[in-house]
Design a binder for this molecule. Structure first.
Ligand code: PAF
Length: 286
């Protein structure tokens, strides 16, 4: 089995990318925070189909976690991740330390508006997207891939990254990959390991409620009535709801006729916060 090259610093990453470029190879980047699961594998398969070379980055980015969040406890499974990536045929893994990404004296962040200030994730995690945008822009500039793949599960994040890449003329195509789900509909996430057995059994309710809400809105039912009823169902199911809303899929603003739209949800069960989203089929009345 081919082992991926493990790179820890930017100069070595750039040298390898330059070698591949000279050979005429196209390059895909799959940015991750490790704790790889089937969802990440599916991103890698898309990357492999789209480019000759596939680089995964593994970096648990401290700047996208608020002080009270799970940065210290975030699952770190580097050895297993590398074994998984070897089985997948990844060409390289970029696994920098915090000191490489944020050396002493680092003060710059990407400032965002538009889909980053939509009163969704940003309301509950006000510093999160600046951290995401800063690390993603750094990774894209360090690696200069032709394409970078991000999971649709973090849908607002994907909208923010698309907008940022467009605004900053980053020469990388940003591609979203469909959310992978367990058989009962729960979106696969690194944070699912935090769920107790009872919470795990309750968790698929989120997807079930969103599926029914998306169909009801698409069928022309009153969206605010559908959303209110869906919010109640989620809370009655044992969740504490942060938000459930229906938004334009690109701007994260109010949905508009004839444009793709999305339901987005975040809810806490026990100590675990789950997020998910679902496209509302065409035919919806905005
Ligand atoms: O989605 C994630 O895993 C992270 O937010 C990302 C894009 C790798 C940036 O740290």
């Amino acid at each position: 089995m081919k082992q991926p090259v493990i790179l820890n610093d930017v100069a070595t990453l750039r040298a390898l990318v330059a070698t591949w470029r000279r050979a005429g190879d196209t390059i895909a980047l799959v940015p991750t925070m490790g704790a790889l699961h089937a969802g990440h594998v599916s991103l890698g398969k898309i990357a492999r189909a789209r480019a000759r070379r596939v680089i995964y980055s593994i970096f648990v980015n401290p700047t996208q976690f608020a002080p009270h969040e799970d940065f210290a406890a975030y699952p770190r499974t580097f050895e297993d991740d590398i074994a998984r990536l070897a089985a997948l045929g990844a060409d390289a893994v970029f696994a920098p330390t915090s000191a490489i990404i944020y050396p002493a004296g680092f003060v710059t962040t990407v400032s965002l508006k538009g889909p980053a200030i939509a009163e969704l994730e940003d309301r509950f995690r006000p510093t999160h997207f600046a951290g995401v945008a800063t690390i993603v822009s750094k990774l894209l500039i360090q690696c200069m891939p032709d394409i970078a793949i991000f999971g649709e599960k973090d849908f607002q994040q994907l909208a923010v990254i698309r907008q940022m890449a467009r605004d900053l003329d980053l020469p990388t195509q940003i591609e979203g990959a469909p959310t992978l789900r367990e058989a009962d509909g729960l979106a696969i996430s690194s944070r699912n390991v935090y769920l107790s057995a009872a919470e795990r059994a309750a968790a698929p309710l989120l997807h079930r409620v969103m599926r029914e809400a998306a169909s009801a809105i698409a069928a022309g039912e009153n969206p605010s009535g559908v959303l209110d009823y869906s919010r109640q169902r989620i809370e009655r199911g044992g969740f504490s709801l942060d938000y459930l809303d229906w938004r334009d899929a690109a701007t994260m603003g109010a949905p508009a006729p004839d444009r793709p739209s999305r339901l987005l949800v975040a809810a806490r069960i026990g100590t675990t916060r789950l997020i998910d989203n679902l496209a509302v089929p065409a035919g919806e009345k905005a």
